[in-house]
Design a protein around this ligand. Structure first.
Ligand code: ATP
Length: 458
């Protein structure tokens, strides 16, 4: 089994992720998150939001509509060039993305392939109630444009000044030719993005050796107008990589891949992907793009609204440059699961599967067990502890099967701590706390349990 299959199986078994509409045979490229997956994905999005919006003074957040005026997609270039090259096998009629094939014959039956034709990925939809007058529009193919069309609204309704960013998290839809790799390539997925607007400074001789953190420079009194947009590009590359490290992703499984000039999207001046290594192959997880002034310029052209920024101090007016960081919530969730997954051989010949998720991401921080479910005193004390912890942490309750089985279930759920109430607890007011990763057990007084967990979950 490869990593995608192992995770898909654990995800289904434990309630992280299920195939979409499964009882009707499923729907290709759609997935439903179960109880554990929903918590995990929510924790991931919260961490993104805290680090990218709430901890910063130069970023604000918005939440734009999924369905937009179709002119948005004309302006953004999506109707014209948001496409992948499609080929079809003349024999079995299976369809593939030409740029992902290793050979020029059908990978399923070795049949001859048609010449590639461009296939647009936008998902069409219709709004309105009167037949013939319905408005044809699209489910957004990326969340980016919802931010750019609100650039002026944010400027006039808040006190932001350039350089500043707007972050957003939300669903996007793409009619992918070949969905697959579990949730890796889906037709409905979520993105987490930052669009960072900077002064349009671009020095032709800029190179990496000139790089200094723009944040440090600004705090040293340098005027942001003197800071090259490529410095911001480098800064955001590093920030995003550090974010994945900070949530425990293994460094050796992450790297940057630079897009060659002929691979750049129609708008991009420079682009790097953060890639994650799965079974020896590097896969895109997030893109960092220098978009120039493409988006604001095109929206100005198509909407006839002035999209320029006015600098009160210097009385200058210009279109800003945009540095974008665009990550996939579902891809990151999948890669955090793969990164955390371990099969361990234990003493005595036993084996266990464990998800060593960072505590901040773990769906539940602790599980509380009464040693025996049929002893009312144990159950009562365990319930009191559970109800008390619940006020501060996401905790779960389990009283089924023996303790060993409960540990295995919590290991597969990625729960960092298991708390057991036993007969000694009734006399000594303490409990056993078992650590998911080391499997070591501590005896902790009930009074100190909260502070013990706070310290350990840091
Ligand atoms: P790919 O080359 O894999 O199709 P992309 O370069 O088109 O991806 P972007 O348009 O840059 O991707 O989107 C930003 C991020 O959104 C990607 O890095 C990825 O994490 C996520 N993403 C894009 N398409 C999908 C998809 N079909 N399913 C899940 N996540 C996706």
């Amino acid at each position: 089994m490869d990593s995608f299959e192992k995770i898909a199986s654990l995800a289904k078994r434990r309630g992280f992720i299920y195939p979409g509409s499964e009882i009707y045979g499923g729907l290709a490229g759609t997935w439903d998150y179960g109880p554990l997956g929903t918590e995990l994905k929510r924790n991931l999005k919260n961490e993104f939001w805290r680090s990218m919006v709430q901890f910063r003074d130069d970023v604000v957040g918005i939440d734009a509509a999924i369905v937009m005026n179709p002119k948005v997609w004309e302006a953004s270039g999506h109707l014209e060039s948001f496409s992948d090259p499609l080929v079809e096998c003349k024999k079995c009629h299976h369809r593939f993305r030409a740029d992902q094939l290793e050979k020029s014959v059908c990978p399923d039956c070795s049949g001859e392939l048609t010449a590639p034709k461009q296939f647009n990925l936008m998902v069409e939809t219709y709004l309105g109630v009167v037949e013939g007058e319905k408005l044809k529009t699209y489910l957004r193919g990326e969340i980016t444009q919802g931010v750019h069309v609100n650039f002026k609204n944010v400027l006039s309704s808040t006190r932001v000044k350039l350089p500043f960013g707007i972050a957003q998290i939300g669903k996007a839809f793409r009619n992918e030719i070949t969905p697959g790799g579990f949730t890796f390539r889906s037709r409905e997925f979520e993105q987490m993005e930052l669009q960072f607007y900077v002064h349009p400074v671009r020095n032709k001789t800029w190179n990496m050796s000139a790089y200094q953190s723009p944040i440090d420079r600004i705090s040293n009194g340098i005027n942001p107008k003197e800071i090259d947009s490529m410095d911001w590009f480098e800064y955001w590359k590093e920030e995003r990589l550090k974010w994945y490290y900070s949530l425990g992703m293994k460094k050796e499984n992450l790297h940057f891949k630079e897009h060659a000039k002929d691979e750049l999207a129609h708008y991009a001046r420079a682009a790097f992907d953060i890639e994650y290594r799965v079974d020896g192959a590097w896969k895109e997880m997030e893109g960092i793009h220098h978009r120039g002034d493409w988006d604001v310029k095109r929206h100005q052209e198509f909407s006839k609204e002035d999209m320029t920024y006015f600098d009160e101090e210097t009385k200058e007016r210009y279109l800003p440059y945009i540095i974008e960081t665009s990550g996939g919530v579902d891809r990151a969730t999948l890669f955090f699961l793969i990164d955390a997954y371990e099969e361990e051989k234990l003493e005595g010949g036993d084996e266990r599967t464990v998800l060593k998720l960072h505590p901040k991401l773990a769906p539940r921080k602790a599980a509380v067990f009464p040693l025996l479910a049929n002893k009312p005193d144990l159950v009562k004390l365990a319930k009191t502890i559970h109800d008390d912890l619940k006020k501060e942490f996401v905790v779960t309750w389990d009283d089924r099967g023996n303790i060993g089985k409960r540990y295995r279930a919590q290991d597969e759920a990625g729960t960092p701590f298991c708390i057991t109430v036993d007969f000694n607890s009734l006399e000594k007011n303490d409990v056993t706390v078992r650590d998911r990763d080391s499997m070591k057990q501590d005896r902790v007084s009930i009074k100190e349990l909260k502070s013990y967990l706070v310290e350990k979950l840091k």
